[in-house]
Design a protein around this ligand. Sequence first.
Ligand SMILES: Cc1ncc(COP(=O)(O)O)c(C=O)c1O
Length: 408
Amino acid sequence: MITNLENILSDSAKRMKRSVIRELLKLTQKPEIISFAGGLPAPSTFPIDELKQISSEVLEEDGNAALQYSATEGDSKLRSILTQRYQKHGLTISEDNLVVLTSSQQGLDLAGKIFLNSGDKFICGLPSYLGGLGAFSSYGGIPIGIKFDKYGMRSDLLEATLAELLEKDDLPKFIYVIPDFQNPAGITMPEFRRLEIIAIAKKYNILIIEDSPYRELRFEGIPQKMMYELDASGQVITLGTFSKIFVPGFRIGWVIADEAIIDQFVKAKQSTDLCTSSFVQKIAAKYLEKGLFDKNLKGIIQQYHRKRDVMLEAFEKHMPKGVSWTKPEGGLFLFLNLPENMDAEDLFKIAIQKNVAFVLGSAFHCDGSGKNTMRINFSFVDEKECRIGVERLAESIKTLMSNKCLSL
Ligand SMILES: Cc1ncc(COP(=O)(O)O)c(C=O)c1O
């Protein structure tokens, strides 16, 4: 075994940390624990029988191509189907604006690879998706967090921060946003806020990365236009994925951008993995072509809508005064605020003993704030477990509250 591993690591390897969430998930794997911690889709939404059938069809009809290397840009049929879907949703794009990726996490990584030199700044939300922060930080990117209000990233604070950074000739490379059913906060940015952020990005000539895994999981309310559509000048890069609207195991995502930016993604992907699996792309394309995707998605939305309602009802019933939470119109998560003086880390220890788990909100805050917050997933557990889990969580919060009173 090599004895000087630490000495030979690259700077970027030294910057990489194991995901706090993935580490926590290990803790929560005991069968007796009801876990609201992960961001996992419900396995009951996976169309196993149909995929068995389609996999054999692909092997029979197109086996050689399915098992061969394929174009870096992606399977032409899948690109075409995805492009048409976005065109229907209002985007003026052609297939040349879309490249298939090995998940949207690869898109985040490639964005870091393409745009960030060590020490470069990027803007993110307080809170923001941990996997995005990790990918950008591994290239030496420095996060500048912007606080949220009920509409998402505060545009007044964004403008003030950029003005200050411009003075120092240290403008960030991009603004990272998750406009629909944000992970972790569950907030959707209304159109006026999207437009404000786009106007600011234009004023300072910086890119926007619109990370959009949850957009199609809307249970209620009015869809807000994508930032890509609202901008129409090529300053927005959009990432999409099948992970939450089909199956995460396929690891299929995509990037949509101006052609000059797409060219950079193709070059960066070539040195990363050459191409995304031809086989899974062909299965996915056939699944969509047969019209099965939309039918299945309808079922996913119905199931998660119901689960969200069950969770909200349980919260209303059991949570003590002083605790508040977001009521997302879609997606997988809601975000819970404990009273200011309480620390979710203390709560976690009690909760684990009561066999319920969640993710600390502070993990999503690049400045270490958000100590009294927590992310709760409602897509994975079944309705019965959800009710029991919320009751245990509420009991844990009450225990922490009474411990606090005793120690005053
Ligand atoms: C905001 C956000 N972006 C990207 C991802 C990564 O998704 P994928 O499975 O496509 O890599 C996730 C996964 O939870 C996410 O929440």
